[in-house]
Design a protein around this ligand. Sequence first.
Ligand SMILES: Nc1ncnc2c1ncn2[C@@H]1O[C@H](COP(=O)(O)OP(=O)(O)OP(=O)(O)O)[C@@H](O)[C@H]1O
Ligand SMILES: [Mg+2]
Length: 204
Amino acid sequence: MKTSDGKLFVIGGASRSGKTAWTKKQVWKLKRVIVWDVEDQWSKIKGFQRITSNAELVRLCSAVNGPLKIAFVAGGDLSKAFDLWAGCVFYWGRYCGPCVAVAEELADVSTPAKAPGNWGMLIRRGLKRGITIYAISQRWAEADKTALGNASRFVIFRVVGKDNKYMAERSGVPVDTITGLKPLHFVLVDAESGAISKVQKLKF
Ligand SMILES: Nc1ncnc2c1ncn2[C@@H]1O[C@H](COP(=O)(O)OP(=O)(O)OP(=O)(O)O)[C@@H](O)[C@H]1O
Ligand SMILES: [Mg+2]
């Protein structure tokens, strides 16, 4: 069956390297966006609704089939809240219309094992339902392998420590290229063809 597939962007890089800024540039014009906003950053962007209640998240994602930008700022048990968020994204994208999801700092809520619960389902089954996902982490060696394995694109900023070898192996970008990146510089990898871009600088 022909489907309008979403893409999974895996975005890696050290703190302040440019991951959130790059992702904001990709999605700012879009109309249906839902963010796992653990740092309470996206909630401050014009056009986003700051949602902190689980019930409100469920209500919006069950019903709104028009434009909506949600920044979900969870409290309490982050793993449980992330599972709920991912389930809501899947439902919203599948039943209410295509959407874009941004998951900030996955190392906080997933482990190097298989992606947990609804997040695993979203990665494995969301793309063919037209959901595009931006998966972000400073430390992919500590985040889930399912996202890395399903990536359509890698966006790699400066990576420090042992993570640079890990990202090099996973993305195909030479480790020297990754360690040589300056802040706000990145390479883009098309995981389907293996094509690697030149080093680019993020422009604001
Ligand atoms: N609109 C902007 N204009 C100029 N500089 C910006 C803008 N947005 C972000 N920056 C700067 O870009 C750098 C990267 O910020 P960004 O928030 O994208 O980092 P990050 O990789 O997401 O870091 P972290 O992992 O800590 O969340 C920071 O120094 C930030 O101050
Ligand atoms: Mg960030």
